[in-house]
Design a protein around this ligand. Structure first.
Ligand SMILES: O=C(O)CCC(=O)C(=O)O
Ligand SMILES: [Fe+2]
Length: 303
C-alpha cells in the first residue's frame, strides 16, 4: 500500500488538479473545505488533500515543501478506483471480519489514506464517525483503521474514549439545504447539524481538542481518553459512535494509515442519509462486502 501510494503521489500533478486543503478544525472546515467541489466530488475518486499550512492563499503548495510532504490525506474512493487498495478493501479477509462483527449487508462508502507527516502532520479533533457517514433509522458506521507504520504517543497514535460507543450521535455533517436546495451560492456547502447536544462535552462544541492542545496526554486522560498505540499491520476497529482523535505528529517518524469505513446496507433496512456530505454520482452504488455479492462479482470476471 505504501509503495502504491508513492506511485499515486508521483503521478499526481498538483498544478493540474489544484489540491484541496484538509483540516478537522471546525471553523476552517466550514470555510475552506466546505467551499471545495474537489472535496465533494471525491467519493469515488482519488483526490489529494494537503495540510492547511502547506498551501498558500490559492491552494498552491508552498515552495519550501515537496508535494509528497505537503499531503494530509488522499480520499475518498481508493477502495473503488485503485486496484491495490480495492484488492484489500474488498478482500474476503475484510469481508469475513465484518461479517463476524455482525454486519449482514455491509457496503463501503469511503476510504482514506492518512499521512500524518513527520513534524507537520496535524491533529484530528475528537469526533464520532457516524456524524460524517450517517444512516437511518439507526447509525451503523464502523471504521477499519489499518496502521501502515507503528503508531505511538510520539507520532500521533489514535486516542479513544471507552464507553462512548453507548452514547447517541451528537451531530451530523451534512450538505447545506440553503446551498443545495435554496440556491444560495454564498452559503457554505457543508454544515454541522445538532442531533443531541444534551451530553456533548463543552470542548466538542468549541471545535477544540479536549485539552486545548496543551499538555495533551494528561488533559486527554482526565477526560477519559485512552491511547491506542499499535504496530504496523495492526487493525483498529472503531465503532461509529466512539469518540476518537489523534494529536499532531511532532516527531521525525511517519505515521501512515489506510482507513475503510462501512455501513449496513439496504438489505438490512438501513438507508444512507441523502443529506450526508458524501454522495455517489447518480446510478452508482457503494461496493458491497456481502459474501454472495462478492462471489457473483468474482464469477462475472472469471474468464
Ligand atoms: O488517523 C487518524 O488520525 C484519525 C482517523 C479517523 O478519525 C478515522 O479513521 O475515523
Ligand atoms: Fe474518525
Amino acid at each position: 500500500m505504501k509503495a502504491r501510494m508513492e506511485e499515486l503521489v508521483d503521478a499526481w500533478d498538483p498544478q493540474a488538479e489544484k489540491p484541496g486543503k484538509f483540516s478537522t478544525d471546525v471553523k476552517y472546515q466550514m470555510q475552506m473545505q466546505g467551499a471545495s467541489d474537489y472535496f465533494l466530488d471525491s467519493a469515488d475518486r482519488i483526490h489529494f488533500f494537503i495540510e492547511k499550512d502547506a498551501g498558500d492563499e490559492d491552494g498552491k503548495i508552498k515552495n519550501s515543501l515537496s508535494k509528497a510532504r505537503s499531503l494530509n490525506k488522499v480520499g475518498h474512493g481508493l477502495h473503488v478506483a485503485d486496484p491495490v487498495f480495492r484488492e484489500y478493501s474488498q478482500s474476503s479477509k475484510v469481508a469475513d471480519l465484518v461479517e463476524e462483527l455482525g454486519y449482514r449487508d455491509p457496503v463501503l462508502p469511503q476510504s482514506m489514506y492518512i499521512f500524518k507527516q513527520p513534524v507537520t502532520g496535524s491533529e484530528v479533533t475528537s469526533h464520532q464517525d457516524s456524524s460524517f457517514l450517517h444512516t437511518t433509522p439507526r447509525p451503523t458506521c464502523m471504521g477499519l483503521w489499518l496502521a501502515l507504520d507503528d503508531a505511538t504517543l510520539e507520532n500521533g497514535c489514535l486516542w479513544a474514549r471507552p464507553g462512548s460507543h453507548l452514547e447517541a450521535v451528537r451531530r451530523v455533517f451534512v450538505r447545506n439545504p440553503e446551498y443545495f436546495e435554496g440556491g444560495n451560492r454564498k452559503a457554505t456547502q457543508l454544515v454541522f447539524e445538532n442531533l443531541d447536544d444534551s451530553k456533548a462535552p463543552a470542548w466538542e462544541w468549541e471545535g477544540k481538542m479536549p485539552d486545548g492542545f496543551e499538555a495533551p496526554s494528561s488533559g486527554l486522560r482526565e477526560k477519559g481518553f485512552k491511547a491506542l498505540e499499535c504496530e504496523a499491520g495492526d487493525l483498529v476497529v472503531i465503532h461509529g459512535q466512539v469518540d476518537h482523535l489523534s494529536l499532531a505528529n511532532t516527531s521525525a517518524k511517519p505515521r501512515e494509515t489506510f482507513q475503510l469505513h462501512l455501513v449496513e446496507g439496504p438489505g438490512e433496512g438501513i438507508t444512507w442519509s441523502p443529506r450526508n456530505w458524501l454522495q455517489y454520482p447518480t446510478g452508482k452504488t457503494f461496493p458491497s462486502l456481502r459474501p454472495s455479492a462478492r462471489k457473483r462479482k468474482a464469477e462475472d470476471s472469471d474468464p
